[in-house]
Unconditional design. Structure first.
Length: 113
């Protein structure tokens, strides 16, 4: 399984970005998918996750600002990020959860103040 993230970039505080994740190999439709982020000098932490049926969970720090979604027909997972702040600056990773977790290489999000 190989996951490819896209959509990162530089945005001003208060702005929005939408991250996308697709598998270049393997399937994701039957799996729980998650987005993690890792800020400089910090550990990776889960931002949001979504079950195969669409149930979602969010970290407290992003509730009300970020929305995770998926399109199983297209094998895509998205993370809509609104009201971004400099504290959201991090590399964002897409993860397929299962007996073994598969990680993408990440996409960098930089929020300027």
């Amino acid at each position: 399984v190989q996951l490819v993230e896209s959509g990162g970039g530089l945005v001003q505080a208060g702005g929005s970005l939408r991250l996308s994740c697709r598998p270049s190999r393997g399937l994701i439709s039957s799996y729980r998918m998650a987005w993690y982020h890792q800020a400089p000098g910090k550990q990776r932490e889960e931002v949001a996750s979504i079950s195969s049926g669409g149930d979602t969970n969010y970290a407290d720090s992003v509730k009300g600002r970020f929305t995770i979604s998926r399109d199983n027909a297209k094998s895509m997972v998205y993370l809509q990020m609104n009201s971004l702040s400099p504290e959201d600056t991090a590399v964002y990773f897409c993860v397929r959860r299962g007996a073994r977790d598969y990680w993408g290489k990440g996409t960098l999000v930089t929020v300027s103040s």
